[in-house]
Design a protein around this ligand. Structure first.
Ligand code: GLA
Length: 393
């Protein structure tokens, strides 16, 4: 039980409360969020749990069960801490943003337990940020959109990854049994019911290429370069969100070919989100699957954020009976694929993909069934929190 672990580490501090924030899998709309476009993620039942109690000696203490590491500081020094380059940055970054937004940082002891595999593209960072923020606030109210923006700022400004808002947003706003279409410009969302007769599975390639961080930043710069070129033709354009395929074609000559390809991914991917949502409403499962594959090809060839392991997983998946479509999900360069299957075919799919991947790369991939779960909040049912022994598997 998380409470026992907490008491073992911190003694019998005052009342312990636990806050949960889920990871996510993005169904479609990849690398569109920082272009102010559309995304369609679901939250997972994989989540980060942070147990929290007031500490009586003025210090902030944090402990990660996964890393088996602890950090502590006098609470009043947290505002001045510098980035350390490890997991604690997510908590410190969020604490500093809370302080900047006017929330006093109370001395606390926190214990972090996460079931979201790190580096898997399932948003372990955002789930840590959001659950830590809730734990630091411990019941003090914060408007959910402010929370999402504040956690994103922590990642951009303190951790140093210029990410969009998708991961933090869905971790907070997600609904059970449905996907969330997020407009990353207006920051409004729409619940998208998924049709009956499907299963969603994520497959973790277990690789994390070092290129990921620098390439992510490079992509954001390339998108800005495309916008600058297109604006010379149409001054109303302020992000790739505003660009249509014909406008991009007209502007393509005015930018390097590579930049035009990057922009083509974003522009067509935004369209695919709308098409996918329509296909969901019609319960057109084949079309939904086809759009996932088109998204992958665009990420692979135009945006170039895939890798051989992800391409292998997608190519293999689409040849397995019952698979409607598959694509890489998240930032890329490793992490997971998301797979859309006909209901009842999950087990067969899992076995087939594991043996093919192991045969090719000598690594056993993790396979997760994905059930759209609710967004972040206080977890009162302590029994439902996985034990750390279960995490070690
Ligand atoms: C990462 C970022 C998100 C988003 C995706 C790509 O997960 O954190 O903001 O940009 O990559 O869609």
């Amino acid at each position: 039980m998380i409470l026992e672990s907490f008491h073992r580490r911190y003694g019998n501090e005052r009342a312990v409360r636990v806050f949960r924030a889920p990871g996510r899998v993005n169904l479609i709309g990849e690398h569109t969020d920082y272009n102010l476009g559309f995304v369609l993620p679901i939250a997972l039942d994989l989540a980060c749990f942070v147990a929290s109690a007031d500490s009586s000696d003025g210090r902030l203490r944090i402990y990660s069960e996964e890393k088996k590491q602890s950090r502590e500081w006098p609470a009043e020094e947290v505002a001045r801490l510098k980035r350390s380059g490890d997991w604690s940055d997510y908590v410190v970054g969020v604490a500093q943003e809370l302080i900047r937004a006017g929330y006093r940082l109370e001395p606390k002891s926190l214990l972090i337990r996460s079931t979201v595999p790190e580096g898997s593209g399932l948003s372990s960072s955002a789930s840590l940020e959001v659950s830590s923020a809730l734990a630091l606030l411990t019941g003090r109210q914060i408007p959910p959109l402010e929370l999402a923006k504040l956690c994103q700022r922590a990642e951009v400004d303190f951790v140093g990854l210029p990410c969009g808002i998708m991961d933090q947003y869905v971790s907070i706003f997600a609904r059970e049994h449905a996907a969330l279409k997020i407009d990353c410009r207006s920051l409004e969302n729409q619940t998208v019911e998924l049709p009956d007769g499907i299963e969603i599975m994520a497959v973790n390639s277990m690789v994390k290429h070092a290129l990921g961080q620098s390439a992510y930043k490079e992509r954001t710069e390339q998108c800005a370069e495309a916008v600058a070129a297109i604006r010379r033709l149409d001054s109303k354009v302020s992000s790739l969100r505003d660009v249509t395929v014909p406008l991009l074609e007209a502007a393509s000559e005015t930018m390097p070919k590579l930049i035009a390809r990057r922009a083509r991914h974003v522009v067509t991917e935004n369209e695919r989100v709308g098409l996918f949502v329509n296909a969901c409403a019609r319960a057109d499962l084949d079309r939904m699957g086809q759009l996932l594959v088109e998204s992958h090809l665009s990420l692979q060839h135009d945006y170039e954020v895939s890798c051989p392991e992800l391409d292998f997983l997608v190519d293999t998946a689409v040849g397995i009976g019952g698979v409607l479509g598959a694509r890489m999900t998240g930032g890329g360069f490793g992490g997971c694929t998301v797979n859309l299957l006909r209901e009842g075919t999950g087990e067969r799919f899992g076995n087939a993909i594991v043996s093919a991947y192991e045969g090719r790369f000598g690594v056993v991939p993790q396979v997760f069934e994905c059930y759209p779960s609710r967004g972040a909040g206080e977890e009162k049912n302590f029994e439902s929190i996985p034990s750390s022994a279960a995490l070690r598997g």
